[in-house]
Design a binder for this molecule. Structure first.
Ligand SMILES: *Cc1c(COP(=O)(O)O)cnc(C)c1O
Length: 348
């Protein structure tokens, strides 16, 4: 990458499809997937189900649709959905759970551990009675995006899920970056999700596909999810064109380790800058705190963009940088150099 090029660390969604993905799209065998006639979509769904060790899977246009479909299938209107107050489903999906499924959210502070303890789950679950709606679903997240790409160990997911199951409540895992967690924890993805009933993961983030996510679960769950996807307007026709790159994306799991190494390099470089504090990342998300430098995140993001580094405002003084397959170690070093200039110019 030449030195004047924009280094886009806003998100791992910004990756461009590889030549192989473009060729795969062009040459894909297709049919009308609403009639279940698209062999490429069917192949993607089979491989995706295997990748997470679930019976069946459904291809959706986005992770948001996959999550919201799961919420709708698992719940009845008027029930509660229990989830972390910093979770994507609660925070970044436009109140979809209430709009689309008519459920009331009950948030819990899962703290640094990102998943509530079994005691907290037991305390917050609501049993149905004359006055109370009952909890229909608990949702967990791994890696946890807003808490900094934290890879949540299997034991924590399993303990929280078991507490919900003991009360007869189903569990969905928002695993948009499940494979980042799997690589970071050196734990196979199926093991990370064997305690939950359904899982979402994104093909269009670190795995590099241009479009799409997966919802996986039991055969019966996915049959119902297919109807809900249609209801939400997500029934697609010759979707093999976009599913074919998704098949290739599943082969990119191993390379996520490179993104994690680049994120660690970036975090160390930024943490060395005066007034910038950056915890060591678990995966590919780096969260920089610029409060000691006296630079609000909104200004920091603008100043970084002006010197050719893309990042995103997370909170008043925190900014997110994300590594992905279109940036290498050289780009990371160049980004740190440019951000150093920003801190010198704007820092207290
Ligand atoms: C990105 C993301 C989603 C949503 O995926 P989209 O494809 O952008 O709709 C859901 N959950 C988490 C944790 C995410 O990071």
């Amino acid at each position: 990458m030449s030195t004047d090029e924009f280094i886009d660390l806003r998100s791992d969604t910004v990756t461009r499809p590889s030549d192989a993905m473009r060729d795969a799209a062009r040459n894909a065998d297709v049919g009308d997937d609403v009639y279940r006639d698209d062999p490429t979509v069917t192949e993607l769904e089979r491989r995706a189900a295997d990748a997470v060790g679930m019976e069946a899977a459904l291809y959706t246009p986005s992770g948001t649709m996959a999550n919201q479909t799961a919420v709708k299938v698992h719940t009845e209107p008027g029930q509660e959905l229990l989830l972390d107050r910093e979770s994507h489903i609660y925070r970044w999906e436009l109140a979809g759970a209430s709009m689309l499924s008519g459920v009331q959210t009950r948030t819990i502070d899962a703290g640094d551990r990102c998943v509530p303890s079994p005691e907290a789950v037991e305390r917050e679950l609501v049993a149905e009675d004359l006055h109370r709606p009952g909890t229909g679903l608990m949702a967990l997240e791994n890696t946890h995006n807003y808490r900094g790409g934290v890879a949540v160990p299997k034991s924590r997911i399993d303990a929280a899920a078991a507490a919900a199951h003991d009360a007869g409540v189903s569990v969905h895992l928002d695993g948009a970056r499940l494979f980042n967690a799997s690589v970071a924890l050196d734990e196979p993805a199926p093991a990370l999700v064997d305690g939950v009933d359904s899982v979402t993961f994104c093909l269009s983030k670190g795995l590099g596909a241009p479009v799409g996510s997966i919802l996986a679960g039991s055969e019966a769950f996915i049959e119902e999810a297919r109807r809900v996807r249609k209801l939400f307007g997500g029934g697609m026709r010759q979707a093999g064109m976009i599913a074919a790159p998704g098949v290739l994306a599943l082969e990119n799991v191993g390379r996520l380790a490179t993104d994690h190494a680049n994120a660690a390099r970036l975090a160390a470089g930024l943490d060395d800058l005066p007034g910038v504090s950056v915890p060591e990342p678990d995966t590919n998300i780096v969260v920089a705190d610029t409060e000691a430098a006296g630079i609000p995140a909104a200004d920091f993001v603008d100043a970084c963009a002006a010197v050719g580094v893309g990042c995103g405002e997370f909170d008043t003084y925190t900014t997110r940088f994300t590594t992905h397959l279109d940036v290498d170690a050289e780009d990371v070093d160049a980004a740190v150099d440019r951000v150093a200039g920003v801190v010198t110019e704007h820092g207290a």
